[in-house]
Design a binder for this molecule. Structure first.
Ligand SMILES: *[C@@H]1O[C@H](CO)[C@@H](O)[C@H](O)[C@H]1NC(C)=O
Length: 247
């Protein structure tokens, strides 16, 4: 385990080769490409907001221009409001190739008034924006919603559990129809009279290591790399327990 005080970038050669710490503002044009959906994904409001939509013919999706190896990545996401049954919104990091790594938030839509399912955690409906954060460092991956951690995967390679730490990942998101399985096991179908369904994204922020940049100049004194050594403290562990109990 590397503690923050003894942190030296030279300890971590694979991370440091061609890596640049970047804090980004939220202009979607600079950081993301809409990759599919034939016009159903849009960047609007001078780059401040990105929307994905789904109708009977197609869903849509986007991906980040950069690849990242570790980071603290925040995004505000407003899920499909109202009757979203049958739809799935996925927001995730993924590497490429046949042995890819993936870190996902996946939201299964539901009838109006019924809660979304986020993995096994239940979260509120699509009325408001919420901040979804993925903190990924060599020790752990922590998922948070509105600042409250909901899940932590610790690096347990010492006992043989694989942990993603060698392959850079892009950020992806997509909205699509999955009414054969998504809502109550496929019993509730998408109501196409409600289409198009729209999810919105804003306030993207990445304190992250951008893969392939020509240099890496983090300053060890800078607090913006606190995420690199962060693990959950016991207070947060308790909130995590609380989060589990609500499922
Ligand atoms: C939808 O809401 C119902 C009722 O609260 C719940 O049983 C179900 O697990 C929810 N989620 C999905 C994806 O069906």
């Amino acid at each position: 385990m590397i503690s923050f005080s003894s942190f030296k970038f030279t300890l971590l050669p694979p991370l440091m080769v061609g890596c640049l710490m970047a804090a980004s503002a939220s202009n979607f044009d600079n950081y993301f490409d809409i990759t599919w959906g034939d016009g159903r994904g849009k960047i609007v409001n001078n780059g401040e907001v990105l929307t994905l939509s789904l109708d009977k013919s197609s869903g849509s999706g986007f991906q980040s221009k950069n690849e990242y190896l570790f980071g603290k990545i925040d995004m505000q996401l407003k899920l499909v409001p109202g009757n979203s049954a049958g739809t799935v919104t996925a927001y995730y990091l993924s590497s490429k190739g046949s042995t890819w790594d993936e870190i996902d938030f996946e939201f299964l839509g539901n009838l109006s008034g019924d809660p979304y399912i986020l993995h096994t955690n239940v979260f509120s409906q699509g009325k408001d924006f919420h901040t979804y954060c993925i903190l990924w460092n060599p020790q752990s991956i922590i998922f948070s919603v509105d600042g409250a951690p909901i899940r932590e995967f610790k690096n347990m390679e010492s006992i043989g559990v694989p942990f993603p730490k060698n392959q850079p990942m892009r950020i992806y998101s997509s909205l699509w129809n999955a009414d054969d399985w998504a809502t109550r096991g496929g019993l509730v179908k998408t109501d196409w009279t409600q289409a198009p369904f729209t999810a919105s994204y804003r306030n993207f922020n990445a304190d992250a290591c951008v893969w392939g940049a020509s240099s890496c100049k983090p300053t060890a004194t800078s607090t913006n790399i606190a995420w690199f050594s962060q693990e959950m403290d016991s207070a947060k562990q308790q909130r995590l327990q609380w989060g589990r109990r609500t499922t």
